[in-house]
Design a protein around this ligand. Structure first.
Ligand SMILES: *Cc1c(COP(=O)(O)O)cnc(C)c1O
Length: 354
């Protein structure tokens, strides 16, 4: 609040020094050379595609099991999202299904690090390199996550969101990071009306700028990111310890080669569980435990995409949409609250409430 008040008192509210400081600090924190702050995570994705030169006639292979903004950004760019199915256990894009989706029109792969767990970046990058494709990471849920000891921003262009539900927030906001100086230069122009110098519009751009008010929040939030991620990971560990061994309830699977920052703690409620996923959700709600389904309808089945002609079936994504349930994992949870979550599920199963 003090940092925001200082910006308000300065009278300089739009993109300025605070944004520049935030870009440098955030890029460094995620292992990237350049950070380009924008007005949302969606803007960051759109900007990244345009900065990589992706447009009409191009295809981008991505996941159907994400927030719609992932694929929508490809549509904004005039390109076509092509969906690969997901891994059953991590819910991330199945690298084994990516290669078969590549055509002569494919220009990029856009994986999502869903719920805060990095996808198999080695496999994705290998496939991309083989076909000369860009990798644009949707890291909107994965601030501070690592793949094989490396921060995500060091691996390829990445996009982050600072919406209030994310691991760090600026009200609304986003950031594209990259190690490619040309991509960074183009992104900076496109963010600001395509200007290369004052009132010199070299290319078509947008107003995707971040305010200094948001950036001031972002700098404070960034300073607390590691600590808050650590709390999320500890909370996840406690939940998994308490929820393991319950028939039909599958706690999150964490790959040994990643740092999963638990944007969400998502279990799978399978047929072996004594009640349906939606009934469990109701019962938890009655006990004062807020849960959510991310996401109940995969992107390829959304009315928008049906209208665009998508009709393929992607069985793992469709199954995940029926089974996933995200339990509270945020850093402010008390150990009493964690105990209440675990205890409520255990009583529902053991106490014959099912
Ligand atoms: C939140 C989110 C976005 C969009 O970010 P906004 O800041 O809300 O525009 C995109 N992709 C994923 C995976 C997200 O979780």
């Amino acid at each position: 609040m003090e940092a925001v008040a200082a910006v308000l008192k300065s009278g300089k509210l739009a993109q300025g020094g605070e944004v520049e400081e935030f870009e440098g600090a955030f890029a460094q924190a995620v292992g990237a050379r350049y950070g380009i702050a924008v007005s949302s995570g969606t803007a960051a994705l759109h900007l990244a595609l345009l900065a990589h030169g992706i447009g009409a006639g191009d295809e981008v292979v991505t996941t159907p099991f994400s927030f719609a903004a992932t694929a929508n950004s490809v549509v904004f760019a005039g390109a076509r999202p092509v969906f690969a199915d997901i891994e059953e256990d991590t819910f991330n894009i199945a690298s084994s299904d990516v290669a078969g989706r590549i055509t002569s029109r494919t220009r990029a792969i856009m994986p999502v690090h869903l719920y805060g767990q990095p996808c198999e970046m080695k496999e994705v990058t290998r496939t991309a390199d083989k076909h000369g494709l860009a990798v644009i990471q949707d890291a909107c849920q994965a601030h501070g996550a690592e793949y094989e000891g490396q921060a995500l921003g060091s691996l390829s262009t990445a996009c982050f969101s600072f919406y209030p539900t994310k691991n760090m927030c600026t009200g609304e906001g986003g950031m594209m990071t990259t190690n490619d100086g040309d991509v960074a230069r183009r992104a900076r122009m496109i963010r600001n009306h395509g200007q290369n110098g004052r009132y010199l519009h070299e290319i078509l751009g947008f107003n995707y700028r971040m305010t200094d008010i948001a950036a001031a929040m972002g700098r404070c939030q960034l300073a607390r990111l590691d600590e808050r991620n650590r709390r999320r990971m500890e909370n996840a560990g406690e939940l998994t310890a308490g929820l393991s061994g319950i028939p039909g309830l599958v706690p999150p699977v964490v790959r040994p080669n990643v740092k999963h920052v638990f944007h969400q703690y998502t279990v799978r409620v399978t047929d072996g569980f004594p009640m349906s996923r939606d009934r469990l959700r109701e019962q938890l709600g009655d006990a004062g435990i807020a849960t959510e389904v991310y996401y109940p309808l995969p992107i390829h089945l959304q009315p928008l995409y049906r209208g665009l002609g998508y009709s393929d079936s992607l069985p793992n994504a469709e199954k995940a949409a029926r089974e996933v349930l995200s339990l509270p994992v945020h850093p402010s949870l008390t150990s009493g609250e964690l105990g209440h979550i675990v205890g409520t599920v255990v009583v529902l199963v053991d106490g014959g409430v099912c």
